[in-house]
Design a protein around this ligand. Sequence first.
Ligand SMILES: [Zn+2]
Length: 258
Amino acid sequence: MAQYIIRLDDLCHYSNLEKWNRFFDLFDQYGIKPIIAAIPANRDPKLICCGPYNSDYWGLLRRLQSLGYIMGMHGLDHVYVSKDSGMFKFNKRSEFAGLPLSIQSQKLAASASMFDKEGINVKIFVAPAHSLDHSTLQALKRVTRIRIISDGLLPFPYKRMGFGWLPNQLNEAETREKGVWTFNYHPETCSDEAFTQLKHFIENHHTAFTPLNKLRYHPYRFEQMLTEKYLIYKRCFYEFIKSIWQGAKIYVPVYHKP
Ligand SMILES: [Zn+2]
């Protein structure tokens, strides 16, 4: 039987809380504990214009943490300073990938100390734009206690390079037969239709949402490495075709199906 996880991205001082509260209310109704990808010091202009400055941002994070929500470090300021697509080749922009280890360490240490100072125990790293590289992993080990990454494409969690990986495969809720699937929502831009679809999904499948401490991590062997590379390059190929046929009505799946 499939297990599900849900992740909400981009909570920051400027979030439109009305849009976020509808997700929180839904999760609380069914006892679902999502991963919250929180930005400690947002400077991304497209997120600054979402809502008024929230002077109680850290209080909000502490309340969510006390409800059992899983707190994730979503970078430091969410500003893309490189065009490196990192290990997963998802987007050609990054706050971290492609930067020297020393710079990545400084940024991650600054982020970790803000969360620590405010009493937020961040357990998971969520790379902005899904873009991280080997130096990001090294820096996380050096300057933070985080040992879980929310990213990847395999249909189950795995252990690799000293981290537990929780793959983040789908943008919206979908029924699967087996495996562990993370649905990644962005409350600021989520449409009413997508939210209603999630609501119906949760009404029918809320017992399949799994606490992170119940997950089993698989080994990452040669076979898993090949499968993941295949999924990465398959998606790159679809994106390439999509860019050529932009505007044409063709079916281009963004994520793989098992
Ligand atoms: Zn983000």
